[in-house]
Design a protein around this ligand. Structure first.
Ligand SMILES: C[S@@+](CC[C@H](N)C(=O)[O-])C[C@H]1O[C@@H](n2cnc3c(N)ncnc32)[C@H](O)[C@@H]1O
Length: 391
């Protein structure tokens, strides 16, 4: 039996049993969905909620008595894979930000191959270039942005490397032809559908070695996630794109300005939600799309006008901004209380998604290693799935 299977089964059970905790739209809630948590959550001030949001261990400690099962799953040891021996920056790495360079170096530290290399969704092909230098193998980098391909080719040319770019769409059927059996394929931070195709094509071609660091699980073609593994399909979880975003909801990093903007955005979105319920006479949440941050530098009336236009609602001649903003205050706290509970499931859900990929690879005849390839400070998306085809 696979080493991953028992853990996957446990996670599937946990996520299914507690779906009422994490499969929620906090914006759609007008009351706390868990009366038993009210005494502990309602007692938290906004600054305490913010502090807990930035300290997942403390949040877990606070809620552990009410959700003991989660605590056990959070401490599943994920292997720490190899790290680069140093992060020295060669001349050609000029312009690669420090954290990106550390990710690339750490990822490359886990690759040893005698085969040619395919780099999937390569950007300028920094990882491919480093691998071409370190492994002395020919590298093909797939990237659809022609400008990035040109820049990558120029850099490879200067170093005299056998590193070419294939400028094309990873989602087009012909991209499958880039995979070969005697090959090491790598994908660093390929978004949802892009890395699903990587796994599909790589396994179909019987590619010798696949190394993937997934990100943006929610960027998939369908409205719902289609599990890759047989165990995943048996688990019976229905994951929407909203659910798939959960592992990406990290603590707020960035300075005071970023925090202030997020505060304003949350408040204005909720104030608009209160307003639209009155305008439509319908007590249902109406989601607003993403918008340019400069909209937050005006006032709430201008924001409400934009939102009404987006949603095809007639904007009243005068709106009582203070009233709607005041109504948003208590809802903002409610959203933060609900998020605190939802976020307990970030790690279990991400592991579930990773294990679904790992089990799929095992089913296709691969030996799989799952672990972290770089430090959290370099990127929150630091899992690496390494698969080698069994002989
Ligand atoms: C998150 S970046 C990762 C780049 C690089 N692997 C890294 O980690 O620095 C994703 C890259 O995928 C490319 N990309 C997005 N959609 C693509 C598609 N359909 N076909 C090919 N490349 C695509 C983007 O242009 C971007 O360069």
């Amino acid at each position: 039996m696979s080493d991953f299977a028992p853990h996957f089964e446990r996670l599937s059970g946990l996520l299914a049993r507690h779906c009422g905790d994490w499969q929620r739209l906090p914006f759609a809630c007008r009351t706390l969905p868990w009366p038993e948590l009210a005494p502990v959550l309602d007692a938290l001030s906004e600054s305490e909620l913010d502090a807990l949001e930035n300290n997942p261990e403390a949040a877990l400690g606070l809620l552990a008595p009410y959700r003991p099962e989660i605590t056990a799953e959070q401490h599943w040891p994920v292997a720490e894979l190899k790290r680069a021996s140093d992060y020295a920056t060669p001349r050609w790495s000029n312009g690669i930000p420090g954290r990106k360079w550390a990710q690339i170096r750490d990822f490359a530290a886990n690759i040893t191959t005698r085969h040619s290399i395919l780099e999937w969704c390569a950007g300028k092909g920094h990882l491919g270039r480093l691998l071409a230098l370190e492994q002395g193998q020919a590298v093909t980098s797939l990237e659809w942005n022609a400008d990035l391909c040109r820049q990558g080719e120029a850099l490879a040319g200067r170093l005299g490397l056998e590193h070419r770019f294939y400028c094309g769409d990873a989602l087009a059927p012909e991209a499958a032809r880039l995979f070969e059996p005697a090959q090491q394929a790598v994908a660093l931070h390929a978004c949802g559908e892009l890395h699903l195709r990587f796994l599909e094509h790589g396994t179909a071609a019987g590619t010798q070695a696949l190394a993937l660091s997934p990100c943006c699980y929610h960027l998939i073609d369908g409205e719902h996630y289609a599990p890759l593994s047989a165990a995943g399909r048996r688990a019976g979880l229905t994951l929407s794109r909203h659910d798939l975003r959960l592992p990406l909801q990290q603590q707020v990093t960035g300075g005071e300005r970023v925090r202030r903007l997020r505060h304003t955005e949350l408040t204005w979105r909720l104030a608009f939600d209160e307003l639209q319920r009155e305008l439509t006479g319908c007590d249902h949440y109406l989601p607003l799309p993403a918008f340019p941050k400069q909209l937050l530098s005006g006032d709430f009336t201008a924001f409400a006008r934009w939102a009404c236009e987006k949603k095809g609602l007639a904007m009243p001649a005068h709106i009582h901004s203070e009233h709607w903003l005041a109504a948003a205050e208590s809802r903002r706290l409610l959203v933060k209380r609900i998020e605190l509970v939802r976020h307990l499931y970030r790690q279990p859900l991400e592991l579930w998604l990773l294990l679904d990929r790992a089990l799929f690879l095992e089913e296709r005849g691969y030996r799989v290693i799952l672990g972290t390839f770089t430090e959290q400070a370099n990127t929150p998306r630091r899992y690496l799935i390494q698969a080698h085809r069994r002989p």
